[in-house]
Structure formats: structure tokens, C-alpha cells
Write a protein that binds this ligand. Sequence first.
Ligand code: FE2
Ligand code: FE2
Length: 298
Amino acid sequence: MLLTREEMTFDFQGAKLDPVRDRELLEWMLNQFLYGEVTGIQVGHWLYDAPDMEAAKFLARQSLEEMQHVDNFLRIMTMLNCQPKPAHPAVRFLATGMMGGSWAEHVALEMAQGEGFVLQAFYAVIDTLDHKPSVDILRRAVKQEERHVEFGETQTRKAIEGRPWLRRRLLGLSLVSMWGVSRLAGYMKKRLPADHVVLKHLPAFLEHANRCAELRLQRIGVLDRPLAEIGGAKRAALVAEAYGGKALGGLGSLLTFPLRILPFWPKKKRLTDTYLRDVHVTGYALPAGEPPAVHTEA
Ligand SMILES: [Fe+2]
Ligand SMILES: [Fe+2]
């Protein structure tokens, strides 16, 4: 990977998430991760689009790993007495509604940047969650996520070689997602309980995540100077250029998304719509020998 674990680590100053006190918060968080892992089914789409044998083999293995990650979260949720519930609509939109439109967009935005962002969230959970069996599961899974991010970085580098227009386009699209993260940080600053030991760090954590995203773009070669040196007008031009070809499609999916998540909207149901009713999820039981669940009624 182009960024080290140390560079991606945020200092929570020893603050811990408690499996009993923070059960509701953990349940919410784990459900967002669970949905994210189910969107691993989209790897199938990109496998069909793989540019060479090496990429195809990588994606075939990745799809298997993401399905195993679904089980990881089901195990962690069962141990922490958390119920599988729907993910937040914004998360569903970001992970499904904004799927990349080309191979380059997929590897740059979903794998290098998107999975890079999720990896950073996993590191944060590993560093703060006070429940060793869950942390051990996550520690093993992040090794695979690191390889997914690395693949995204290498493939993005290959894709932009000799194509300055594509580099600019990916930069414009990346700027939008970074802007989204900073908006989220601003929103959280106002809404989050300022006295919770871990949550009070979240806005600073998100700012750190954006700094890492910027560093990654520089090291891949998508960004050729610090963002601070690119003025507001230039940034707006990059975003406009990137969305020029995408505007109608993107706007269309943005406008119809609230409708498309309603049950009567006619569309093909995929696992990302039905997983909560799937017997694999509803009937999930811990493998034999697994440590007993954390008891919340103490
Ligand atoms: Fe995963
Ligand atoms: Fe992944």
C-alpha cells in the first residue's frame, strides 16, 4: 500500500468503545459495515470487465473474501448482542447508487479511495473496541482489505499512464467524495455528543481520513501538488469537467434513489436488498467453540 498503517492511524488517546455501554452505537456501526461487505457482490460486475488475467484472478479471490467478511460481521454482531438491521440510506446510496461507471473509476474511487476509507474505519475500530475476540477477527480481515486497496492503487496508476484527461477526471470525482467527507465531519461536529470518549474524536478522525486520501492521490499520481495549492475556481472546474460526461446519469440516480429504495419500485432485487431476510443472516449461529456473547443485562 502507498500509505503505512502508522500514517493511517488516528490517535484516539486511549479512548475505548465498551461492548455493553456502547452496544447501540456498535450495532449501528456494524450494520453499516455489514451492508458494505454485502456490496461485495458487485465484484462480479467488475470481474466481467477485468482488463487482464491477473486482474480477473484478483477479483475472483476478492469476491470470496468479501463474502467471508459478511460472516465476520455476523460473528462479531452475534458476540456483541447486536441485531442485523438496515444500513443508513446515505451509506446505501454511496455504496450502491454511486457505483463506478468504468474500470478506472472503479479501481480509483471504489477500491483505492473507498476501500481505503473503510480500511481506516476498521483500523479505528481495532484501536478502540474493547472486545478482544472481535478485534482478532478484524485484525485478520484488514490484511485482505489492505490488498484490495493496494490493487486499486496499482490499477489506477496503470489506468492514468499517458492519459492526462483521465487523471483530471478521477481527481475531479475524488474531490467530490472528499468534499462529502468534510461535510459529514462538519455535520458531526454539531450533532455528536461532545462528552462521549470516542465519538468526540470523530470530526478530527474524518479530517485525518481526508488528509490520507489526499496523500494517496498524490502517491498514485492523480494529484501532482498539495490540494491547498489548487484554488477554489480550479477545483470547481475539475469537478465540472469530471461530471460533464456523467451529469445526467448521476443526477438521474440521485433523483430516483429515494424512490428506488421503496418496496413498490420495480427493479431487480439483489442480495443488497434482500440479505436481511436471507436465512444465512436470520439463522446465523456462532461456530462451535466461539466465545460466548457479551451479556448486556448486567
Ligand atoms: Fe471486505
Ligand atoms: Fe474489500
